[in-house]
Design a protein around this ligand. Structure first.
Ligand code: GDP
Length: 174
């Protein structure tokens, strides 16, 4: 049995749903009162990827950052994949994704010097008051080197597992 250890970062502005995403993905729950902590939240999830492969995901969520800040390189060290998340009801959180991605590309790279696989997630698609249209997301995703983008709702558990599978697939195929 082959076991892959993958460090994956979850970045994006505060309040977009990063902690909820981590909690949902790892524990299968959506807890409205889940508290935002300061610093870094960390969780591990084991995936039985195939008959021959296990994947141990180390998920790092920068918690407590209201908006974009340049992150310490230590946080990025050894990361093999990344989730950049925004909230479809907040255009500010969408605009910040440019900064998050740029900071990531400046500080994290694969041993071969390429930028690490990164998926763009548009969260809270259950809410009617969305302000970021799909064609803007699509253009942004293509122009900024994301592997793809997906609409998700952590609240309704829509596309959470799918998004992570897509990212892991890309990491393992590098
Ligand atoms: P973080 O600061 O990025 O870690 O965001 P949180 O996980 O703390 O979530 C911020 C707020 O958004 C909380 O009140 C969550 O309950 C809420 N939230 C997270 N995901 C969703 C979602 O998919 N839909 C809706 N409607 N609310 C969500």
């Amino acid at each position: 049995m082959n076991e892959h250890l993958l460090k994956i970062l979850i970045i994006g502005d505060g309040n977009v749903g990063k902690s909820s995403f981590l909690h949902r993905y790892v524990n299968g729950q959506f807890n409205k009162t889940y508290k935002m902590t300061m610093g870094v939240d960390y969780a591990v999830k084991l995936l039985h990827w195939s008959d021959k492969e296990k994947v141990r995901l180390q998920l790092w969520d920068i918690a407590g950052q209201e908006r974009f800040i340049s992150m310490n390189r230590i946080y990025y060290k050894g990361a093999l994949g990344c989730v950049v998340m925004f909230d479809v009801t907040s255009s500010a959180s969408f605009l910040s994704c440019r900064h998050w991605k740029r900071d990531l590309d400046n500080k994290a790279m694969l041993p071969n010097g390429e930028s690490i696989p990164c998926i763009l997630l548009a969260n809270k698609c259950d809410l009617p008051q969305r302000v970021v249209p799909p064609d803007s997301i699509d253009r942004f995703s293509k122009a900024n080197g994301f592997i793809t983008w997906m609409e998700i709702s952590v609240k309704e558990n829509k596309n959470v597992g799918e998004a992570m599978r897509r990212l892991v697939q890309d990491i393992l195929s590098v």
